[in-house]
Design a protein around this ligand. Structure first.
Ligand code: MN
Length: 192
């Protein structure tokens, strides 16, 4: 599914639940998107994963690249055992201390059940790859880290049953769209 802002993933995930039953969500994003509401609106891009959990659409949620979140979201991450968070800070810390990207990815993959729905917010990447996305945040994944992670999911025997790419805003010169197209291509090649 190609977005649109991140609120659009909810419909796609509902449809996958109906068709596939149980799966976990691998959520790549600078944000947790776990707010009960944003400025009073319950179905905004900032609440999409809150709604996924609230509607019991996913058995687990694995957040990767998280680096901008509020206290309320941190509390939910700490208290809901369906949520596994790999913050940008935690990832960097592991890499700086000598862990390999392969080891870090294995930790992420281990949190996933057999069936995986992939939700990719463009702002999960380093902003040099998405300068025109709505809410860019310093830090984030490189393209190579992203494709390596997807390969690690597939190599583990898990199946990526579907996915989405959201929050791509072309901007002047179309650079974000160029990257977005390549991200979409990378996802499509790894679907079960
Ligand atoms: Mn998002």
């Amino acid at each position: 599914m190609l977005g649109g802002d991140h609120s659009t993933s909810l419909g796609a995930i509902r449809a996958h639940k109906e068709h596939y039953g149980d799966f976990g969500v691998l959520h790549i994003d600078a944000h947790a998107d776990l707010r009960p509401a944003y400025e009073g609106f319950k179905y905004s891009h900032a609440s999409v994963m809150y709604n996924v959990l609230k509607e019991n659409l996913a058995s687990s949620l694995t957040l990767v690249g998280l680096r901008d979140y509020c206290h309320q979201e941190a509390d939910l991450i700490a208290s809901d055992n369906r949520i596994n968070a790999f913050t940008d800070r935690g990832i960097s810390k592991a890499l700086f201390a000598g862990q390999t990207w392969n080891q870090v990815c294995r930790g992420m993959v281990n949190t996933l059940p057999d069936h995986v729905y992939l939700s990719v917010d463009m702002d999960g990447f380093d902003p040099s790859l998405c300068p025109n996305t709505g809410t860019p945040v310093p830090g984030g994944l490189s393209m190579a880290q992203f494709t390596y992670l997807l390969d690690a999911v597939v190599a583990s025997g898990r199946k990526i049953i579907g996915g989405d790419l959201v929050e791509v805003a072309p901007g002047k010169g179309q650079w974000d769209a160029n990257v977005g197209a390549r991200v979409l291509f990378a996802i499509s090649h790894r679907l079960a």
